[in-house]
Design a protein around this ligand. Structure first.
Ligand SMILES: O=C(O)CCC(=O)C(=O)O
Length: 283
């Protein structure tokens, strides 16, 4: 932190009440971090409900309080992606009137959120590789925003969202990788699993921060982001949820009461990113 590769994210709390200033900040920085964006107590209630479910599945080490989310020896991560209708306290956070009102004002009209949510319980040594979200959700409007919400306090060493500053201007990557649809084109979604490689070859600087329950960060479809590695013995619980103007077209994979998700993808063999990058000449 503070070196060539990694710096601190900046908070936009000072302009959080001005949609115009937030939109300008988004154009400039490519992301908006707001501390205390959600009601902290609601986030903690969501955490308790999620951990209760994980405990029932035997994922937690019973020698520790449930709230610490200590991983039982040998337990893996849990796939919690979907509509999460069994976790109402969690939906109360990400679908809350305050979040929807915020995005109504930000987008300048009634907004919607995908019913499909990406809730994650990330185990030790796991992380998310660098990618643009457009390759996963590019079939409707491109004015979709991802909101990343830590469900609990998450220090950097537990796996925080990291943004590659400046990557919204990587035109060669946007016009090749950024035109992909992982289901239609059967190409790996992560552009790189090596954050240092990206800075050395394409420029920019990674930025992250330690998050507290209640904080959130949102960003558009064309900014490279990833997570830091969870180096702890506790699950990193967080979610990413999507928002856009209700009047604009929606990627059908993620909307509606029973979104089909990645189902219905092409039968082609999966193209490795290394090979795809050779073909695009973005090595
Ligand atoms: O939480 C993570 O590990 C990755 C999150 C992400 O890729 C996203 O918010 O789009």
């Amino acid at each position: 932190m503070g070196g060539k590769y990694l710096t601190e994210l900046r908070s936009s709390n000072d302009i959080a009440d001005s949609p115009q200033a937030l939109r300008e900040r988004m154009d400039e920085d490519g992301y908006i971090l707001i501390r205390g964006f959600h009601d902290r107590l609601k986030v903690l209630a969501a955490r308790a409900q999620i951990l209760d479910k994980m405990n029932q599945k035997g994922l937690l080490d019973s020698a520790f309080p449930i709230d610490q989310a200590v991983i039982r020896s040998g337990a893996k991560g849990l796939d919690l992606k979907g509509t999460n209708v069994d976790l109402p306290a969690y939906l109360d956070v990400v679908n809350s009137p305050s979040v929807m009102n915020f995005f109504d004002r930000y987008f300048g009209g009634p907004s919607l959120t995908y019913n499909y949510k990406w809730l994650r319980a990330v185990p030790t040594n796991a992380f998310t590789g660098a990618h643009y979200d457009i390759v996963y959700m590019g079939r409707g409007t491109q004015r979709v925003h991802t909101l990343w919400t830590p469900i609990g306090d998450i220090p950097v060493e537990m796996g925080t969202l990291a943004i590659l500053l400046g990557s919204q201007h990587f035109e060669r990557i946007k016009s090749t990788y950024g035109k992909m649809d992982v289901d239609r084109d059967r190409v790996e979604g992560h552009f790189s699993n090596d954050p240092v490689e990206l800075v050395d070859k394409f420029g920019g600087q990674w930025a992250t921060t330690s998050f507290h329950a209640g904080d959130a960060i949102f960003f558009g479809m064309h900014i490279m982001h990833a997570s830091t590695v969870n180096t702890t013995n506790r699950y990193r619980i967080s979610c990413d949820t999507r928002y856009q103007l209700a009047t604009e077209s929606v990627d059908e994979r993620w909307a509606g009461d029973s979104p089909k998700g990645h189902g219905g993808r092409s039968e082609m063999p999966l193209l490795k990113m290394e090979e795809a990058r050779k073909r695009w000449n973005v090595q």
